[in-house]
Design a protein around this ligand. Structure first.
Ligand SMILES: Nc1ncnc2c1ncn2[C@@H]1O[C@H](COP(=O)(O)OP(=O)(O)OP(=O)(O)O)[C@@H](O)[C@H]1O
Length: 271
């Protein structure tokens, strides 16, 4: 078996005397698409911080792209990781094309006097095309819809040709049509960038792309279940994680969740 893309083994994380993660373990292999699920405060962002080589665990081990955190220069490792953060801290009114180019420089703004090489410009154009942004490539960030911003940030994350793509609640703030377009775009990456491994964080099962292969369900800093999506995202596991009776359904590779209603006597039934 190939070296895992991510391997968390018995990871704990403590901040200001508070235990945030208690023995989290899961392993991600190349080409898999993982979802990190759980209620508010369950530890999803903290786990994503390890996946992105941003934070070190308090104990346990984290291997990212074969390197153990704590024994490797994080900056170098991060160059192989594309991170889609909906709170992208851009302040200047860059165009979509300029923003995607900052994925190559690894910066938020365009570096002074930096010009892309012809092959880099071509790569960015190809990404703009894949993500349906070529026609509006000169539109500027402040004028973009949330959906256009989401797709721009995915193109930016892919510009450095990453091996691992992290998507932190990419559907936040999107209307129904924009969410569906974004999810279709993420599904398309399974064809256009089949070598990429991804981890997507969300609270909502409806926001899981069809191409999701695996999931980790967290609650209060512990793993409720981890593994193939269809064995993890079940009525029982989701109800346990969210401490609420939730009924989970899967149809056409998409998930839905709603409160499980107590069975009431059928008034039409005869006794
Ligand atoms: N630096 C910190 N200091 C103290 N507590 C922290 C720190 N970072 C996170 N926490 C706490 O750790 C817990 C897990 O936080 P985390 O942001 O990882 O959860 P989450 O599942 O991503 O939540 P949400 O869905 O609300 O974004 C929360 O209770 C949070 O308040």
């Amino acid at each position: 078996m190939n070296t895992p893309v991510l391997a968390l083994a018995d990871v704990t994380y403590r901040r200001e005397r508070k235990m945030i993660l208690h023995g989290v373990s899961f392993t991600v292999h190349q080409g898999e698409h993982w979802a990190l699920l759980g209620p508010n405060g369950s530890g999803k962002s903290t786990v994503l911080g390890f996946c992105g080589a941003v934070t070190h665990p308090t104990s346990g081990t984290v291997h990212v792209l074969g390197e153990q955190l704590g024994r490797v220069e994080l900056q170098a490792l991060r160059r192989s990781i594309g991170h889609v953060n909906p709170r992208h801290p851009l302040t200047s009114p860059l165009t979509i094309r300029e923003i995607v180019l900052t994925g190559i420089t690894g910066t938020i703004e365009t570096p002074l006097r930096w010009q892309p090489q012809p092959d880099e410009a071509d790569r960015v154009d190809a990404l703009l095309d894949t993500l349906g942004l070529l026609r509006i490539a000169e539109d500027r960030w402040p004028t973009l819809s949330q959906g256009e911003r989401g797709r721009t940030l995915i193109a930016r994350a892919l510009a450095c040709a990453p091996r691992l793509l992290l998507l932190d609640e990419p559907s936040t703030g999107l209307d129904l049509a924009a969410r569906e377009y974004l999810l279709e775009t993420i599904d398309l990456l399974d064809e256009t960038h089949s070598e990429i491994t991804s981890v997507l964080v969300t609270h909502h099962l409806e926001e899981l792309p069809r191409t999701t292969t695996h999931a980790v369900l967290l609650a209060k800093g512990r793993v409720v279940a981890a593994g193939p999506a269809e064995t993890v995202i079940t009525t029982d596991n989701v109800s346990t994680a969210f401490a609420h009776p939730i009924e989970v359904h899967r149809h056409d590779a998409r998930w839905t969740a709603r409160t499980r209603r107590a069975t009431r006597p059928d008034p039409a039934a005869t006794h």
